[in-house]
Design a protein around this ligand. Structure first.
Ligand code: ATP
Ligand code: MG
Length: 446
């Protein structure tokens, strides 16, 4: 829990919500019992009976998250509200679905008519880049869920915070929705700090975009289901490549900078995989208990092998060279897929075994896929809940999902650390049991 306290989970609010929501007005007559959420409603973090019993002795409430959903009272008057949407960082399936959900939620649920798209990420706020804002309406976004990518474009690289808030002020924007990863959300938070410093009446809301599913306190982030579903199809094809040659070895590299959830889930979905290599589980290449020895025994036994590797796995195997960073300052990983292909080839030659090694990297195809139906539903719900929270005056928050409920979390809590595979937990044990790979592929004694 990183020493987080109960109070760290309080979402900030710009001011008291005093206006009756159009949603409430709409339902009041026909459906007076429709549920509305208020700020006292919370979703508990640990739903186990052990945690419940342990907490009985404590005078403090257990850790819990604010429940998302439509509020009866809202902060912003829809007829005077101007909203903007920006997408930053790498592509992920479902971004367009989220944009569509935000626009339609604002327009139809709340009757907000002034909705704008900021182009090419945070660059779009900086006049020097010359990216015009795009007016958004249900008509503009009606078909965008049929396409991958983002209709607004994206970018990396730091922009001046003060200049971005100048743009928000100049354009009289009241609500800013950011769709992006840890960098975007960190940006959202500092924009918010500057808004507070200037005493502006602007809220910022984030919809976390991380294909790796690595946000803490969230069961799932959008795009993840599409990513591993698409990855599973590639893994299936790779299996055909492996079995199609005597001593065939196929390697598929999947996304997962620090967390190997896509690799683990794709392998569970396509249980022909024999080895899953993830950043969370260190492995040696050589030596009696290393990966290559285990691979050799598999190939000698069955004459084919299928390896799935997450991009952040095995980074310790590279010589310490100059760290390469992208424009946003994210460390760029060395290519473990190409490295493994070469090392496996050399190793089998050295062992006098004729093997055929095939390497597949579908990353860019997966990132730009169209969301599968389960993700489309999820994106739409995330977007609608972001709209509910923002219209109610909540700020500096992200929408999450926990125990099958939508939640609001303060951005600093959501970005404090990454969610990773627990190598002693049930997901990783399923992977070990499904693949049959050794529990430990290092030469160290555990
Ligand atoms: P991905 O998961 O694809 O990396 P991301 O949102 O983390 O998504 P980045 O390129 O790292 O993508 O960041 C997106 C934008 O946020 C960039 O313009 C970056 O400069 C900006 N940003 C990142 N960190 C901060 C920060 N601490 N303060 C202000 N802006 C930031
Ligand atoms: Mg990032």
């Amino acid at each position: 829990m990183n020493d987080l306290k109960r109070s760290d989970f309080e979402v900030n609010r710009l001011g008291k919500a005093t206006l009756l929501s159009p949603i409430f007005k709409n339902y009041a007559e026909e459906a007076p019992d429709k549920e509305f959420i208020d700020d006292s409603r919370r979703i508990i973090f640990d739903a186990s009976i052990e945690a419940y019993n342990a907490n009985k002795e404590s005078s403090e409430d257990p850790i819990s998250f604010l429940k998302a959903g439509a509020r009866k009272e809202i902060y912003f008057d829809p007829s005077k509200t101007k909203a903007a949407i920006v997408t930053c960082g790498g592509l992920c399936p479902g971004i367009n679905n989220v944009i569509r959900g935000l626009v339609n939620g604002l327009y139809y649920r709340y009757k907000v008519r002034n909705i704008w798209g900021i182009q090419y990420g945070y660059q779009g706020f900086i006049p020097e880049y010359g990216h015009e804002m795009i007016k958004l309406s249900p008509d503009v976004v009606k078909d965008i869920h049929l396409f991958g990518g983002t209709i607004l474009g994206s970018s990396r690289g730091r922009q001046d915070i003060s200049a971005m808030v100048d743009a928000l002020e100049r354009e009289n924007i009241n609500i800013l929705f950011t769709i992006g990863g840890d960098g975007t959300l960190a940006g959202n938070h500092v924009i918010n700090e500057e808004i507070k410093r200037r005493g502006l009446k602007i809220v910022t809301a984030g919809i976390p975009k991380t294909i790796d599913n690595d946000v803490n306190f969230m069961t799932k982030t959008f795009g993840f289901d599409t990513a591993f579903t698409t990855a599973a199809a590639v893994v299936r094809d790779a299996h055909n490549e492996a079995t199609g040659a005597y001593n065939g070895v196929a390697i598929v590299k999947l996304m997962g900078r620090d967390s190997g959830f896509i690799a683990a889930n794709a392998a569970l979905a396509m249980p022909d995989v024999n080895f899953v290599l993830v950043p969370e589980s260190k492995f040696d290449l050589h030596g009696e208990k290393g990966f290559l020895a285990a691979l050799k025994s598999r190939v000698v036994d069955r004459h084919h092998a299928l390896v799935v590797v997450a991009e952040g796995a095995g980074q310790h195997l590279f010589d310490e060279g100059d760290e390469v960073k992208d424009k946003s300052g994210n460390v760029k990983h060395k290519d473990i897929g190409v490295f493994l292909k070469d090392e496996i080839g050399k190793f089998f030659t050295g062992e006098g075994i004729e093997a055929t090694v095939k390497y597949i990297d579908p990353s860019y195809i997966i990132r730009s896929e169209v969301a599968i139906p389960a993700d489309s539903v999820f994106c739409n719900d995330l977007a609608l809940n972001a709209v509910h929270g923002a219209m109610a005056g909540l700020t500096d928050f992200v929408v999450g999902r926990w125990h099958n409920q939508f939640t609001y979390l303060p951005i600093p809590v959501a970005t404090a650390s990454r969610k990773k595979i627990d190598v002693d937990g049930s997901l990783w044990w399923s992977v070990l049991e499904t693949t049959g790979q050794p529990i430990n592929m290092t030469n160290e004694k555990k």
